[in-house]
Design a protein around this ligand. Structure first.
Ligand SMILES: Cc1cc2nc3c(=O)[nH]c(=O)nc-3n(C[C@H](O)[C@H](O)[C@H](O)COP(=O)(O)OP(=O)(O)OC[C@H]3O[C@@H](n4cnc5c(N)ncnc54)[C@H](O)[C@@H]3O)c2cc1C
Length: 639
């Protein structure tokens, strides 16, 4: 115990960040050039951090496994990005955004970090606008906004249904500017396979060139992980198929604590699974719930086409159960409500695992053109996948694995428990508690990368100015590289019969069935046994064709799935440990008579930060007590 020092500055919440920035140690411009920083990841957090650090004058080396930084998974974000601008004059403020996030996260996030994320949100929007991100504008030319779940104001800035793509293009331009200036060296198609520690500090990585198979060593004074979330642990999820947790997991095994791994968001509005052969699911943005109404037939098994079911025979179950927020309740609440209706036999379609998202009334009121201008590309995408024209009949939707609130534990400075190793964006655990509010991830990832990390990292680097360029000839690099190569060879030498993807699919099913939208003690214990058995089978019967010294996508998958087996065990252990329901973590044993989450603040108002204790040994739990000084912990209600 005792390694958890969150470094929250003292003083009033609203002035902590200003005070921190005014007193943080700085690095003089002449010294910055001599300091090298490795950034893994080129999503909004990683590319933002690389360009900001490059602009500041540091020597940055940036890595991603895609062929181009602009293919990072942030490109997939659809609905929007939050900021407390209050352009609508509807009562928004930094405090209200902070409060909505704390409440939305079911009082399981750290106040100081959340307040800072809300505070920085306005800078993010100004910055993106300056970079030329084409946010939607109203008739007068002012930036337009819409609403997302769990809030009663309109604070989500957007570019139709491709906000992530447009923001990433902006970030990519600023990254390219730094590459051109020589401040950032870009390494695409590289996968970080391990972290190198020298004297307990993060000093470099071992990476594999995915095109040639070559193993590379890279050294730096500090390492930043901006490697995204681990939602693909469910195999079927809204994330890109290649998204994975391996970089974070490797750092974890080297000493970085992993926090709240069981806090996984299941998104309510996804295209339902169509068959057994799918490799991913597609999100239909939450923004659609601004104008779409969610309903099922009032009669069980009613198989009439949706348009033939009259108004009085429709159950708008979100509006019925949660009149104050209606269709815009947060994701965890909306997902469970849809599951409840489907489990009770009111679901639609061939599988009964779907509900309607209906735009009929909005189209009647606003006209098709207005709806098309807001969500046109999402309607097109839905039609391409399902063949259904949603201007004429409702979309069918069902919840799917989406966002991971858990991640590497970081302090206020976004540093992990390994000195010199930082985690930003979705890869850290920090700001969303047990449930993330929509449009707050792009906001957090961008804020972390552009505005927070570039300030906090100087506190560490100011003490590194006398450390010469780190050599990759050190024995620590030899040892780590040797271990990496041994592992790659081990995968290849198994020569079994099953592919990595087939194991991933089976692991995903275990996770979805026993540690998905709802969990209980019996199921979680069963999952632990099933995961272990499957993991043993994986190491006995995996088949990887080819060698590691060449392009080998099967080998890439194997490494990621092997790490997922270990993370899955920790995720389930964390879910078992948390004997309460909060946000997306819904333990069936702990619910109110109305079926809402029943928190236990007496015993569980903490961040569960898990320490790796070695192969085959149980993880060690550290608790970061959450102190709420500005807000009162209340029962979360959207009624
Ligand atoms: C379909 C979808 C829609 C979404 N819509 C919204 C939305 O409207 N609003 C919102 O706020 N949020 C949204 N989100 C969430 C949001 O998009 C993500 O949380 C956010 O973009 C994550 O950004 P990031 O920078 O942390 O990581 P990512 O964008 O996931 O980038 C990860 C980077 O890490 C690199 N990487 C990972 N591992 C390694 C490794 N081992 N070696 C080398 N490189 C590595 C990858 O190459 C990549 O460049 C959505 C998510 C999904 C799935």
């Amino acid at each position: 115990m005792g390694k958890i020092i969150s470094k929250i500055p003292d003083g009033p919440l609203a002035s902590k960040w200003t005070k921190y920035k005014a007193s943080v140690k700085l690095v003089n411009p002449a010294n910055k050039k001599k300091l090298e920083i490795i950034v893994i990841g080129t999503g909004l957090s990683g590319a933002g951090a690389s360009s900001a650090l490059g602009e500041l004058g540091y020597s940055v080396k940036t890595f991603c496994y895609q062929d181009s930084p602009r293919r990072a998974h942030s490109v997939a974000a659809q609905g929007g990005i939050n900021a407390a601008k209050n352009y609508q004059n509807d009562g928004d403020s930094t405090y209200r955004l902070f409060y909505d996030m704390i409440k939305g996260g079911d009082f399981r996030a750290r106040e100081a970090n959340v307040y800072r994320a809300a505070e920085v949100s306005n800078q993010v929007i100004d910055h993106y606008t300056a970079l030329g991100v084409p946010f939607a504008r109203d008739y007068g030319g002012t930036l337009d906004t819409r609403s997302f779940g769990g809030v009663q104001v309109s604070r989500t800035f957007y570019s139709k249904g491709q906000t992530g793509q447009q923001c990433l293009l902006g970030v990519y331009s600023s990254l390219n500017r730094q590459i051109k200036k020589g401040n950032v060296t870009m390494y695409p198609r590289r996968e970080m396979l391990d972290l190198v520690l020298v004297d307990g500090k993060a000093r470099g990585i071992i990476a594999r060139n995915l095109l040639t198979g070559e193993i590379e060593r890279h050294a730096a004074h500090a390492v930043v992980l901006a490697t995204g979330g681990y939602g693909t642990i469910y195999f079927l999820s809204t994330l890109a198929v290649n998204s994975n947790a391996s970089a974070a997991w490797k750092a974890h095994k080297k000493g970085a604590f992993f926090a709240n791994p069981s806090f996984v968001q299941i998104h309510p509005t996804c295209v339902p699974q169509l068959n057994e052969f799918q490799s991913k699911l597609t999100l239909m943005s939450e923004s659609l719930r601004n104008d779409g109404r969610v309903w099922v037939p009032k009669t069980k098994g009613d198989s009439r086409p949706a348009n033939d079911i009259p108004e009085e025979e429709r159950d708008y179950f979100l509006e019925r159960r949660y009149p104050a927020f209606g269709n815009l309740v947060p994701r965890d609440v909306a997902s469970r409500a849809a599951k409840e209706r489907c489990d009770a036999g009111f679901g639609i379609g061939e599988t009964g695992l779907a509900v309607n998202l209906d735009f009929r009334d909005s189209i009647k009121k606003q006209g098709k053109e207005a709806i098309e201008s807001k969500y046109g590309n999402l309607f097109d995408m839905y039609k391409t996948i399902t063949g259904i024209n949603s201007y004429e009949e409702p979309m069918r939707i069902y919840p799917a694995g989406h966002y991971t609130m858990g991640g590497l534990w970081v302090d206020y400075e976004l540093m992990t428990t390994i000195p010199g190793l930082y985690a930003i964006g979705e890869s850290n655990f920090s700001d969303h508690g047990a449930n993330r509010l929509g449009a707050s991830s792009l906001m957090q990832a961008s804020g972390d990368g552009y505005f927070i990390l570039p300030n906090t990292i100087s506190n560490y680097l100011s003490d590194e100015i006398r450390v010469p360029k780190i050599s990759t000839d050190k024995p620590e690099f030899d040892e780590t590289e040797k271990a990496v190569i041994e592992r790659l060879n081990k995968f290849i030498s198994i020569k079994g019969k099953q592919t990595a993807a087939s194991f991933h699919k089976r692991l995903g099913k275990i996770m979805w069935d026993y540690c998905g939208m709802v969990r209980n003690e019996e199921g979680l214990n069963k999952a632990l046994v099933l995961i272990k058995d499957l993991r043993d089978e994986f190491w006995r019967d995996l088949n990887i064709p080819g060698e590691f010294t060449e392009l080998n996508q099967e080998l890439e998958k194997a490494g990621r799935v092997a790490d997922y087996f270990e993370l899955a065990e920790l995720l389930v252990t964390d879910a078992l440990n948390r004997n309460e329901s909060c946000g997306a973590h819904f333990r069936e044993e702990y619910q109110t008579p109305e079926g809402e989450a029943l928190r236990n603040d007496e015993e569980f108002a903490y961040v569960a930060a898990w320490e790796y204790a070695g192969e085959g040994k149980p993880h060690i739990l550290h608790k970061e007590e959450l102190k709420f000084e500005e807000v009162e912990m209340k029962v979360r209600s959207y009624k």
